[in-house]
Design a binder for this molecule. Structure first.
Ligand SMILES: CC(C)(COP(=O)(O)OP(=O)(O)OC[C@H]1O[C@@H](n2cnc3c(N)ncnc32)[C@H](O)[C@@H]1OP(=O)(O)O)[C@@H](O)C(=O)NCCC(=O)NCCS
Length: 180
């Protein structure tokens, strides 16, 4: 397990699936905001990659996020679009509603940076998020990510086009453990 100050990132367990499905992916508004495609219901037993991890898939590593103290499941996190030629990847995460706003997201980004830069030897990590997602923007910036651009009207979300912000962090800029 990868450990931060508050969270652990471990493999997906079977028991995690119903919780993530009900509390995260069945939420139409949150899913529409967090994902690139339209929300669709996930049928029980589905092999949807957000729930069931294919560990042969080289371009994506998915984790379940747990509280370090008690081991309670609090969300999902992943490194995706892993490109071993250009040595970059994207970061994605989603916390259960009850776990938001407590500093966990900032810590998850920190642990994913450690995984990307140290464990995987990558040199650039990237995050795309809606321009009004202050919690995601701050979680990234706290870890040293810089805003590199705005993708104007790039996301169709619940009846309107919204801007997305692209943030990047290079390994030489990264300060492990720093949350400034
Ligand atoms: C985005 C998300 C991962 C952030 O994690 P979090 O644990 O809620 O964020 P933190 O508690 O670490 O807070 C990070 C910063 O955002 C601020 N923040 C948190 N929630 C906020 C809110 N609802 N509105 C405004 N600011 C907020 C915190 O004050 C903190 O700011 P600071 O660093 O300046 O003190 C989490 O809220 C989440 O899962 N949201 C739903 C799914 C989602 O949007 N995923 C990202 C898709 S790209």
């Amino acid at each position: 397990m990868l450990k931060g100050n508050k969270v652990g990132l471990r493999a997906r367990h079977e028991d995690d699936i119903p919780v993530l499905l009900t509390e995260l992916y069945d939420d139409v508004v949150n899913s529409s905001r967090a994902e690139a495609g339209p929300w669709r219901p996930i049928v029980p037993g589905s092999k949807d990659p957000r729930l069931v991890v294919d560990d042969k898939e080289q371009g994506r590593v998915a984790f379940s996020v747990v509280e370090l103290g008690g081991g309670t499941l609090i969300g999902s996190a992943n490194l995706w679009g892993i490109d071993n030629h250009n040595r970059g990847a994207h970061i994605g995460l989603g916390l259960l509603p009850s776990a938001r706003g407590k500093g966990y997201g900032t810590d998850v980004v920190s642990v994913l940076c450690h995984y990307g830069f140290i464990v995987r030897g990558l040199r650039r990590l990237q995050i795309e998020t809606l321009a009004d997602n202050t919690a995601m923007l701050r979680s990234a910036e706290r870890n040293g990510f810089v805003r590199e651009g705005v993708l104007r009207s790039s996301a169709w979300v619940m009846g309107e086009f919204l801007d997305e912000v692209l943030l990047g962090l290079l390994v030489q800029e990264w300060k492990p453990g720093s949350k400034d």
